[in-house]
Design a binder for this molecule. Sequence first.
Ligand SMILES: O=P(O)(O)OC[C@H](O)CO
Length: 414
Amino acid sequence: FSPSRFSISRPFCQSPVLASTTDKPTETTAEPSLAVPFQAARDASVAKIQAVLSQSKYAALETPLVHFMDEYFHSLSQAAESGATNPDGSEITASQAANEMLRTIQFGMKYGLGEKKYTFENVRHKALRGTNHGEKDERYDDESFVKMLGDDVTTDFYAAGCDFFRPSMDLNNSLILGVDNLEKALNQIRKGENVVFLANHQSEADPQVVSCLFEKAGKEYGDLAAHITYVAGHKVTTDPLAIPFSMGRNLLCIHSKKHIDSDPETKPAKSKQNMAAMNEMLQGLKDGGMAIWVAPSGGRDRRIVSSGKIPIATFDQKTVDMFRLMGNKSRKPTHFYPMAMVSYDLCPPPDFVEAGVGEKRNVRFTPVGIKVMDEVPNVGGAEKRHLFTHSAEFECIKGYEELLVGLGMHKYLP
Ligand SMILES: O=P(O)(O)OC[C@H](O)CO
């Protein structure tokens, strides 16, 4: 790795330019044809949702939800047409699309809207896996908690999130690379050491992409994916549709640097929450055996609208420094692995960057990719800090570009 070369020319001349807030949102036009059973299931599901919404105060949600439904039914219709199957070998069906969609919307309405919406009260949230899941979870002993969940007391929200997004991933043509590094990371975690994956971030479904691709690599890696704690910005914990997916994940809830200044009045409270999250993380790292996924850019990569290229967003050095500092303070060996991710097409983010929630959801049946790069040695003092961040980002870009080539997505190469 040569820092001087890096500063002059990033691989493939990557430009750090992000789409500006004036760019139009990503438009993905629905395919003209939908297979007959999927069309029927889509129409019936839309009618059900319209009936519910018309009798509620959320009538304004009809347009974005119908768009989301159209996207999802098209995605699964295409999956079925391509011959993709579920993990048990069964076909992807129209009734599966309807069940997944209606359940997700029902969760969104129950946990994401209104006075009873689910609030992530603790900065460290533990995945809600339901009462049928093996591990003891004391929250399910609390009567009010059980009452709040109602019929969903047995719901494994982790599995539900994976089941929703998995059929939209063309897993036969997806790539999971760097499994040797994943194996090293797994062994380090098993020894009680900590691992931090420094990733680029492309879609809201990235935690599910990690799960499905790690599962593809092997059961032990699938189990690791369920164990990972994701560093989550405010959208992940406050957007009505994102909330149910987030309930199924281990999270550290923070306010990313990208959005913390959007409302000066609430900045002190947000900074306080970030401090609390860092303390919780430090405790977890001290306990050891922790696996963390963080996007040091503070958000998703955006396409360059004029060229259609998708560069990864620049890693924020202070964020990386903070994770290294916490690792050092924990006094447990803490290992850093850059993780390259290709998942943009699965749920393309809007081209504009904004702090608000409730964005328009697009979903596509597409291959996805992950490459776990070599560990970046956690050495060097204050004067070398930038070299560590550059090295991690450089590796991530290398892996990303290798994935794009391997997946035949040359058009996105920056
Ligand atoms: O700031 P954004 O729009 O890139 O959103 C980042 C969130 O983590 C969404 O997953």
